[in-house]
Design a protein around this ligand. Structure first.
Ligand SMILES: *Cc1c(COP(=O)(O)O)cnc(C)c1O
Length: 469
C-alpha cells in the first residue's frame, strides 16, 4: 500500500536551505518546534515577477499585497521596501502596515468594516475600498466638511460568477453613485473594485467589462474615476509535476471505490461524492492541480480581448484610457515563501494496520480543517535504509480529528523520532489562518530566513528589516 509520491515544488533558495539538515535541526533547537520559516527574498522575487508582466504591457499599476494571507512582519516590510502598496482588512493589519513603513497613500482597507474600523481608516487617511451601501452612507456621516476620503466601490453580482457576500450588487450601483455625486467634495471616487476567487480568466474579463462600463457611467454623472481594481485570486503552484498530482488523485479515487488500496483515512472523501460506483464532484484540494504561475495568468489576462472594446486587449484598453490597474495579490506573492517544520515524536501502528507518524504540531498549524494538503511533507531523516512506506501523519492534539494528513503519504523510508518534517509552501493561509492554542500548546514561532553570501541567516520575523541585507 505505497501511494504515488506528490513532491512539492520548491523555490531554489528554499530547496538549498533544506539540503543542510544540520542547519534545519539547529533552527529547531534554537527557536523550538514546530517552526514557521518565511523567506522574504522569495516574496521579493514574486513581486518582481508580477511587476515585470505589468511593465512589459506598460500598464499603469499598483500592487496591493493582501496582508491577510500571513501575519508576517517580514513580508509586510519587504512589500513596503519594494515600493508596492498593501491591502489591510482589520485595524490590527492597518497598524502592522503603518509600522512596516507604508505611508497612508499606499494603504487600502478592504473587506467588511464596522464603524470602529471605518473611523480608524479615516483617522489614518487610507483609501477605503467600500463593501456596501451602509459603509458608504456611514462615510458620508463620518468625513468632516473640508476633509476628504478617497474611495473605491467594490462591486459584485457579475453574470456567470458565483454569488458573493461581499461588494455592492451591480443592481445597487445607482444608489451608490447618487451618494457619491452628492458628497463628491468629501468622498472622491477613485474607481471600481472586485475580487473573484477564480482561476478562470474569462470570468475575470467579464467582471472587468462590467467595471469599465461603470467607469463610463460614473463619468456621465460628473465623477472622475481612474482605477480598475481586479482584486487577488492569482493562483499558486504547489506541485513539481502535474502528473504526480493526477496519479495520486487517480489512486485516491480508486481507493474510494474499493477498486484499489484505500488512500483515505476513515470515511473521508475529501469533498468527492461517491455514488453509483462513481466518484463525482470536485475535491477540496483542487488548488494543488494548478500548473500555471501567477505571472503567466496575469499576462494572459492583460492580453485577453475585450468584446465591448472592439476586441482590443485588456491591457491596451487600460493604457489607451489612462486607467490605473490595481491588483490585490495575496497567495501569489507569498507562493513558495514559507515552510513549516515540525519533528517526529514517534511512529506507531494503528489497529487498522495503518502506520501513524506522530508529529509535535497540530493539523491547524499547517492547514484549515476542511482542507487537505496534497503535496507530500519532506522528511529530513538520518535513516539510510531506503524502504518506501505509506503513512498517515498524526498531530499532537488528543482529538481523533487531529490527523495532519487524512490521506496515505508515500515516504522514501520510515522516519525516526527527532527527524524534522517539512511542510512546503505554507505561507499563504496555511500557517496563520486557523492555528489555535488547543490543549495550551503555544503557537509556532515565525522566523525569517535570508540567503546571504552563500549562507543562511535566521532572525525572528518581527526583527527582520529588508534594508539590512
Ligand atoms: C483575500 C483577498 C485578497 C487576496 O486574495 P488571494 O486569493 O490570496 O490573492 C485580495 N482582495 C480581497 C478583497 C480579499 O478579500
Amino acid at each position: 500500500m505505497i501511494p504515488p509520491a506528490v513532491p512539492a515544488a520548491l523555490h531554489p533558495l528554499v530547496a538549498a536551505f533544506l539540503t543542510d539538515h544540520d542547519g534545519v535541526r539547529a533552527a529547531l533547537r534554537r527557536y523550538g518546534s514546530p517552526l514557521h520559516l518565511v523567506f522574504p527574498q522569495v516574496f521579493a522575487d514574486n513581486v518582481a515577477a508580477l511587476r515585470a508582466v505589468l511593465d512589459v504591457g506598460a500598464v499603469r499599476h499598483r500592487l496591493c499585497y493582501a496582508h491577510k494571507v500571513n501575519r508576517s512582519t517580514a513580508f509586510a516590510r519587504t512589500a513596503a521596501h519594494a515600493g508596492i502598496s498593501i491591502d489591510v482588512a482589520s485595524a490590527q493589519e492597518l497598524r502592522s502596515a503603518l509600522r512596516a513603513g507604508f505611508p497612508a497613500d499606499r494603504i487600502e482597507v478592504t473587506g467588511p468594516k464596522g464603524g470602529a474600523l471605518l473611523r480608524t481608516a479615516l483617522a489614518a487617511g487610507v483609501t477605503v475600498n467600500v463593501d456596501n451601501l451602509w459603509e458608504l452612507t456611514t462615510l458620508t456621516e463620518l468625513v468632516p466638511a473640508g476633509a476628504t476620503a478617497a474611495v473605491l466601490l467594490r462591486v459584485s453580482g457579475f453574470a456567470g460568477s458565483s454569488p458573493s457576500r461581499f461588494g455592492i450588487d451591480l443592481a445597487d450601483i445607482t444608489a451608490a453613485l447618487d451618494l457619491l455625486v452628492r458628497h463628491r467634495d468629501r468622498l472622491p471616487l477613485l474607481g471600481f473594485a472586485f475580487h473573484l476567487d477564480t482561476a478562470a480568466t474569462a470570468e475575470r474579463v467579464n467582471a472587468v467589462e462590467d467595471c469599465l462600463a461603470l467607469i463610463e457611467r460614473a463619468y456621465a454623472r460628473g465623477l472622475a474615476p481612474t482605477v480598475l481594481d481586479i482584486g487577488g485570486g492569482l493562483r499558486q503552484v504547489f506541485t513539481d509535476d502535474a502528473a504526480d498530482y493526477d496519479a495520486y488523485d487517480d489512486a485516491l479515487r480508486a481507493g474510494l471505490l474499493a477498486r484499489g488500496p484505500a488512500m483515505h483515512w476513515g470515511n473521508n472523501t475529501f469533498g468527492y461524492h461517491v455514488a453509483d460506483a462513481m466518484v463525482h464532484g470536485g475535491p477540496v484540494f483542487h488548488k494543488y492541480a494548478n500548473t500555471e504561475p501567477a505571472a503567466a495568468v496575469l499576462a494572459e489576462l492583460l492580453g485577453a480581448p475585450l468584446a465591448g472594446h472592439g476586441g482590443r486587449a485588456l491591457g491596451t484598453v487600460l493604457t489607451d484610457n489612462l486607467l490605473d490597474l490595481w491588483l490585490e495579490p495575496g497567495k501569489s506573492l507569498v507562493d513558495h515563501a514559507g515552510i513549516t517544520v515540525a519533528q517526529v515524536e514517534f511512529v506507531k501502528q494503528a489497529g487498522s494496520g495503518a502506520t501513524l507518524v506522530h508529529l509535535d504540531l497540530s493539523r491547524d498549524t499547517v492547514t484549515a480543517a476542511d482542507q487537505e494538503v496534497l503535496i507530500d511533507p519532506i522528511v529530513l531523516t538520518t535513516n539510510i535504509a531506503s524502504q518506501p512506506v505509506g503513512v498517515f501523519f498524526a498531530g499532537h492534539l488528543c482529538l481523533e480529528r487531529d490527523l495532519i494528513t487524512q490521506r496515505r503519504v508515500r515516504l522514501p523510508c520510515l522516519p525516526s523520532p527527532g527527524d524534522p518534517v517539512v511542510f512546503a509552501n505554507t505561507a499563504a493561509y496555511h500557517m496563520d489562518l486557523s492555528a489555535a492554542q488547543a490543549s495550551m500548546h503555544p503557537v509556532a514561532a515565525k522566523v525569517a530566513v535570508l540567503a546571504r553570501d552563500g549562507r543562511y541567516v535566521l532572525c525572528p520575523d518581527a526583527d527582520y528589516r529588508p534594508g539590512d541585507r
